[in-house]
Design a protein around this ligand. Sequence first.
Ligand code: CA
Length: 436
Amino acid sequence: MSLNETHDPELKSWVDSANLDGADFPIQNLPLAVFRLRVSDESFRGGVAIGDQVLDLARLAEAKAFDSEINELLQLCADSSLNAFMARGAAASSALRLALSSALREGSDLQDRLQPCLIAQDLVEYSLPCRIGDYTDFYTSVNHATNVGKLFRPDNPLLPNYKWVPIGYHGRASSIGVSGQEIHRPLGQTKAPDADSPSFGPCQRLDYETEVGIYIGAGNELGERIAIDDAENHVFGYCIFNDWSARDIQAWEYQPLGPFLSKSFASTVSPWIVTSEALLPYRSEWSRAADDPQPLAYLDSEQNRSQGAIDLKLQTYLHSAKMRADGDAPHLLGESNFSQSYWSVAQMVTHHTVNGCNLQAGDFFGSGTQSGTGDDELGSMLEITQGGKQALELPNGEIRKFLIDGDCIIMSAYCEKPGAARIGFGSASATILPVS
Ligand code: CA
């Protein structure tokens, strides 16, 4: 994959809203989602975002506006999940991107054919873009791992394996939902440090985690390893990911086998998958401090070092029930950048398959909570309030140690730099409801 005409920052679309400054979905982005008209009994099908519109790929397939190769790909995208298209790999994704980029450009002959396939994003609802077979949650932010480790082990926050192994665990795929979710506060077992025995009841330390979600495209056969320089060919694209966490349940259950019910009750993705190709202008150097352990050979390559990182900014906002009622704007909780990740996505893919584990189209990785080094760059309440020890005062006077019922968490993400078109990810939002 390399930069090509679809990344040209000068490109403009005949869809005017795509050309507005700061638009998330200019013609250089072209992310995919699965959608239908809101509150309808229509079938869900694939769509591509352009400005404030969705290009309906099922209707476009019927219009037969393209050659047979592209039309076949559009047929795959007409399905209610994109797995079959994702499985076709990077070349297919790139071919469709080029065709749609050409057809949506100012002056395209195909404008009249595509115009009837546009639907305003305001009118649609989304489902998950694919069937997620397996979900693996990594832990790639060394700042987050250090911040959390410090709460438990002030003198030795990072465990000895952290700088050698991309740490991860097997998450729950069935409870991943799409932005707009309402999530009931989970119940569970917790144990206060000074109590003799655990108690059962509503989670008291409900938290969010600001993460990048990664969708696998073409998979690998069981027993086959994906080499580091081939890893990017297996990554279909990216989204925003909120990996909700019940910290009190987690503290009691997580040893010795890791998180379980503290994580499996809900996770929220943004609807749109921004493809790996759309992110190419934002690849940057991946480096490892000289006095840190260097990656073992299977996790290291010139290509990974020269372009393994992604300059992707993440923002998380809290919009409480009171703020919404009073007409107040959401409050920015933290801003971080995925480029600070200790491990690259290629290293995650390669490590995941080094034992012969097979990845499948639609499999999903969480990057782990992304935190920077500053107090305003933290990706969870656990870090902001130092485990609930330091209350956060919101601009309207509300106080939080963890999330309360009615809180809405909104995450957004974007890439921006001189010489490239700004592209956005849309948002992932969800609201906490009381125990059901
Ligand atoms: Ca997580």
